[in-house]
Design a protein around this ligand. Sequence first.
Ligand SMILES: *Cc1c(COP(=O)(O)O)cnc(C)c1O
Length: 367
Amino acid sequence: MAEPTMGHPQAAFVDVYRRTVAALTQLTAAHRFIVAAGAGTLAMEMAVVNALGPGERLLVVSHGLFGDRFAAIAASRGIQVERLTPAGPGQAVSPARLETALKSSRFGAVTVTHVDTSTGVRAPVTSYLPVLAASDALFILDGVCATGGIEEPMPQWGVDLLVTTSQKALGVPPGFALLGLSQRAVRKRTSITGPLGAYYTDILNWLPVMDDPSTYFATPPVNLVVALDRGLKIIAEEGLPARIERHERQGRAMQAAWRALGLVPVPAPGLEAPTLSVLRYPQGVEDGPFRAAAEREGALLAGGVGELKGQVFRVGHMGNVTRGELLAVVAAVECALLQCGYRLQLGSGVGAAQAVLGAPPQPAGHP
Ligand SMILES: *Cc1c(COP(=O)(O)O)cnc(C)c1O
């Protein structure tokens, strides 16, 4: 990103841009893929805008703040929304409830958040697939905290619009609205004939540029595209199956560490995301002092958002993180808990994580 900015019509840059579109199309197995400047939220809006014809309703499966955001986007456009939420944070909507909702009325599209970053819940997507396949509603999947770290094959899952962004499991700086499209999603947008009420987010303005990135619609964020290209190269070198397996293992290691420390995750057993942990504060540990102590130990932890604000802290373990970084975070959490008066045995969390991660691989050429 610190390299001098290329001109966006310059052949060298056009090649880089074309490569990112091709790599993301391949990574997600999308029919078409859009790389636009923005943020994950813009990709969410782009999905809603293009998936619904006039008067069509949206069904939102929400496991937290980011699920609810789809409902807010729809409401801002006057789209009627039905929201399915579980009994409490950390739970998931059952496939039976999704089925009942889809049978009781017509929806243009359904949104599911693959990993809701506010609760750490990984949606039981595969259990929804038969129900979704039996409906003609388009399937919008928010993969922001999953793409590149958790399996989410678009064609096999019947995903029509895959929403994602760069700064989560893809491990690239922020600045992108990334959107994978199925053939059905492109056909759906094409079938909407009146004014869309959107311009920058209209996929019909983007598809020709994705076909030929030497053409102009809106100026791409050149240096960021260079970074995205580099990030996608790192992913390709690791290989997606290996990367998914690594995230699974990392998730198990972190969960083992939290268990050893007596911390309670928000997600119900079996719903914990491999990409981040959301943990309840033990009695007597306060959010502000705890996270300040962790930061002094070198770990930047996120606080709770939405209804969990002040009650939980969040630890990301996605993207190009190393075993050393993961173990350092667990050690920092141990120290911060101790400093906040919580009793634990130093090293017990680190040891539990190490036990899952296994012995570090010997470098090539080691005797
Ligand atoms: C972070 C996040 C978003 C929003 O992405 P921004 O780039 O912050 O707009 C949407 N969905 C999920 C699941 C997220 O984790």
